[in-house]
Design a protein around this ligand. Sequence first.
Ligand code: FAD
Length: 623
Amino acid sequence: MFYQQEFDVIVVGGGHAGTEAAMASARMGANTLLLTHNIETIGQMSCNPAIGGIGKGHLVKEIDALGGAMGLATDQAGIQFRTLNSSKGPAVRATRAQADRTLYRQAIRKMVEAQPNLTLFQQSCDDLIVENDQVTGVVTQMGLKFRAKSVVLTVGTFLGGTIHIGLENYRGGRAGDPPSVALAERLRALPFRVDRLKTGTPARLDARSLDFSKMQAQPGDDPVPVVSFMGSRDMHPQQIPCYITHTNERTHEIIRGGLDRSPMFTGVIEGVGPRYCPSIEDKITRFADKTSHQIFVEPEGLNSMEVYPNGISTSLPFDVQMALVRSINGFENAHIVRPGYAIEYDFFDPRDLKQTLETKYIRGLFFAGQINGTTGYEEAGAQGLVAGANAALQVQQKDPMVLRRDQAYMGVLIDDLATMGTKEPYRMFTSRAEYRLLLREDNADMRLTALGREIGLVDDARWASFNRKMEAVETEQQRLRGQWIHPEHSAAASLNEILKNPVSREHSLEELIRRPEMTYRKLMEIEAFGPGIDDPIAAEQVEIQIKYAGYIARQMDEIAKAQRHENTLLPDDFDYSKISGLSNEVVAKLTEARPETIGKASRISGITPAAISLLLVYLKKHG
Ligand code: FAD
């Protein structure tokens, strides 16, 4: 039976990719259906209750700058906020928040339900309707058919999911949820390249059985950071500390003793796991000389007695989990509320996707999130927003939204996936971006909000707030450029108390802020120059733009140079072995990847700038 109404866009899956996709599409005016297994699990955090961190925090700010939900939900659910790398440069500074799992889910659900143009339906999607290589709808478990012009699949770890605890295993999408078996089979029958990945999670502990006096408390930052450009401290719930403890040699001995019953070490699990988020059994094997590993003891919520011991993800048998947990300082009497486990699932090679996240073989079908081989809520949310926006744009017959690598971490993420694919769960790091200095958390709105506004992702309130901030920054910059101080100025003495070298000639306030020992706030505290702008976010922007102007200009130059060759085409049948000077390894990599442009070739791992120069010389000579 066909549902009576036809939709523009159907999003399958109510996780982090799905909710951003559905809300983005609906914000842009597309009539959207969010079809998910269980409405109660919309916005559920499958693993650790935390959002942000290095690279990931950047993605959250970008999602937010484009009107997405993740940043605001984090402000409403965060129970401990920190700015990581706060002593380092602004490019690598990142916000991380411990979230109350229930509050986070509630915040996302509330936004989904308040979103005009968005309809919810609870059922499993078991099949796709495809006609002449164009998706035209989906079929649910009870045989109900929904018609749509575009479909976005965001089904996470659920496709053919198998849960492993020791040598026991069973089918599941994540603990407590069913897998997607029929849909996995349907997708495997389509011409996409498919493989298996795995990820794992630690046992959850009952806080009442732990001795926190033996652990080190880790409070959040004061003042408490805010994530969303539309957020505020008033949104935050009560703030509470996390704790730190460590594994020890006894823990490692117990783990080694259980490896013969580990699904990973006995070959039962075939999927590759996340290198940067390894299980504890992986860590003690790979770093055999380390006698201890840190564990962050993270509360799951204000009204929950569950604790997430971050750092001991495991799929060892339950008896080994019990023993290893109880060998840890402060965990001697721990009660495990939920066992740790690993999950293996299907993912589809993202090289079969366009930069819009539309599949190359089925028109109107988009993939976003863990299904593309990524790991993490932030990576999923970012892809969801891009896929949802592009699905809506396609329906509206408008140009797609493709973010460049010099424009957004979202651009880096999708370009990496679509160009290089991935052999292990992909997560974001700042080191993946060539133009880090431009892609900061603090300027995500300056990079993306106008673009979001243009295509209908950004509402009036966010747009007005963005413009107010931009105006405040611009006016203040002009004042700092135009106000001068000379050595006889009445404020020179106060200034010289801060400066290493006293003012000996006329200086603009802008020049003074450029000095390493000076900050915008310090300068504004001198009566003759202050009080400046009170909005701390706008004030930070004024300072960063002045202090880093030189570096930023240099990076813009590099981008201009790279862009000159970015779109230079490489013939499909190009014979790389003809280029003298290229190593066999480089020839093999280029031959396998067959990049369409010089830009794409330069981003294949192991392809050096020297190799690109040889390629360019050859093309010039023979092209
Ligand atoms: P999910 O959040 O998984 O959401 C998928 C949604 O689709 C769910 O709502 C589901 O009900 C729905 N769905 C699935 N199939 C269907 C269907 N056929 N019909 C209708 N609805 C469907 N991330 C890290 O960064 N680090 C980690 O260490 C880490 N460990 C993890 C360990 C485990 C055990 C699990 C399960 C996940 C882990 N994650 C980790 C990953 C993190 O949870 C995901 O990256 C993130 O949730 C992916 O978001 P998503 O939106 O793609 O999918």
